[in-house]
Design a binder for this molecule. Structure first.
Ligand SMILES: *Cc1c(COP(=O)(O)O)cnc(C)c1O
Length: 406
């Protein structure tokens, strides 16, 4: 039995549900990960849009260790001052009036789904429980969130699909309109699909969805688990469209690497979530709250989002050049802020593997896209280095192509 870091076999005692890269890291610093031999890798996966200020940020280390020496966990049977503070800050900087803290994205979506149903039940319309979602959506891996995401490969073999989700083609406004019926409770959407292939919903369509919800008394539920916390160049992506949702699920970036999520809502949308209607043991615990408050200190600081937008512009320009010089590997640049994607001609998994050979880590996505998700405090020279690595990777893929395809 091999225990080598280079093994591609799943570890015997771990459920083999992941296709793990044959690599192990022992340390991280900023945008770089280091393996046991000391080799460095440029990390444009960032824990899948999680490490918003990179690895081992001194300010986050200080917040975590300081809290770790005082108090880790109490449960939500008592008040948690840092939870109240984080909720106040999220409320002050978004559309929301109320926050519920979770440990993950899927749990934040579960809360959003329950809240959407409860809203109508509380308003005397319990028959309104169905939620419209888009093809290509990803909302998590619990039973309800795989039903919401609607992807056959995630639903297969897990019994009856949780009732109450109606899916329409991606960004198809007319299909949404037609799907609305007497049982419809809301529309749930990622402003920019991450796993689905870095596909943006045009701001005009987002505004139309908002109007449609108002017209029919539906709740607009946003999944900003991947797009939130500065990733698209705004604090939250809905700001690009100049609209506000009724409910929003967040996670990933808000903990900077510590597992934390949240469901945000207006007072109106949250009105049914009264005493005893929902709960969690770990959600919003003191350790998570200390780190998330520290993340907000950094992300809400002046110039942070300006930097994201500058780096986005730089990356988009350089990636467009890459597409021009490697038309047999890359087709187009997609995305907003630092949630960027390269639509590939070659199989995206080959591009991911070739980039890894050049010590650049990046995740694949649907639609034959590779994602570029650097930490949001990425430096221009590291964007240069990533583009250089992709250039080398593309050249290597071209060299391996049959002559007629070159
Ligand atoms: C990652 C993600 C989720 C699920 O979050 P988990 O923390 O893995 O449960 C849901 N929606 C979107 C858009 C995501 O990117």
């Amino acid at each position: 039995m091999s225990h080598s870091a280079a093994s591609t076999q799943p570890h015997a005692s771990i459920l083999p549900t992941y296709a793990r890269a044959p690599m192990t890291f022992v340390r991280g610093e900023g945008a770089y990960l280091y393996d046991e031999s000391g080799a460095d890798y440029l990390d444009f996966t960032a824990g899948i849009a999680v490490n918003v200020v990179g690895h081992a940020h001194p300010y986050l280390i200080e917040a975590l260790t300081e809290q770790a020496q005082k108090l880790w966990h109490t449960s939500n049977l008592v008040r948690i001052p840092n939870q109240e503070r984080l909720a106040d800050r999220l409320v002050a900087s978004t559309f929301a009036d109320k926050v519920f803290f979770t440990n993950s994205g899927a749990e934040a979506i579960e809360c959003a789904i329950k809240m959407t149903r409860k809203y109508h039940a509380t308003n005397g319309a319990p028959e309104r429980y169905r939620i419209i979602t888009f093809e290509g959506a990803f909302h998590g891996r619990t039973l309800a969130t795989i039903a919401a995401g609607g992807q056959a490969k995630y639903l297969e073999g897990f019994g009856p699909k949780v009732e109450g989700f109606d899916q329409v083609p991606f960004a198809d406004f007319d299909a949404v309109k037609k799907m609305i019926g007497p049982e419809t409770a809301g529309i749930m959407v990622e402003p920019l699909q991450g796993e689905g292939g870095v596909r943006t919903i045009e701001p005009a369509i987002m505004r139309s969805l908002r109007s449609l919800c108002d017209e029919h008394g539906l709740l607009l539920v946003l999944d900003e688990i991947q797009t939130g916390v500065g990733r698209t160049g705004r604090f939250f992506a809905y700001e690009h469209a100049g609209i506000a949702p009724d409910i929003m699920a967040i996670a990933k970036g808000i903990g900077g690497g510590f597992p934390v999520g949240a469901c945000l809502a207006t007072d109106t949308a949250a009105a049914g979530m009264t005493l005893g209607t929902h709960g969690t043991t770990f959600g919003g615990n003191p350790l998570a709250m200390a780190v998330a408050n520290a993340v907000l200190d950094l992300v809400l600081a002046e110039d942070f989002l300006d930097h994201v937008n500058q780096m986005s512009l730089l990356a988009k320009q350089k990636l467009a050049g890459l597409v021009d010089s490697h038309p047999r590997v890359f087709k187009a640049v997609r995305g907003e802020g630092l949630l960027l994607g390269l639509e590939c001609v070659a199989p995206n998994t080959d591009v991911v593997a070739a980039a890894r050979t050049q010590h650049l880590l990046m995740p694949a996505a649907g639609d034959n896209v590779v994602r570029l998700l650097p930490p949001l405090n990425i430096k221009p020279e590291d964007i240069d280095r990533a583009v250089e690595a992709l250039d080398q990777a593309a050249s290597a893929l071209e060299a391996a192509m049959p002559a007629e395809a070159k």
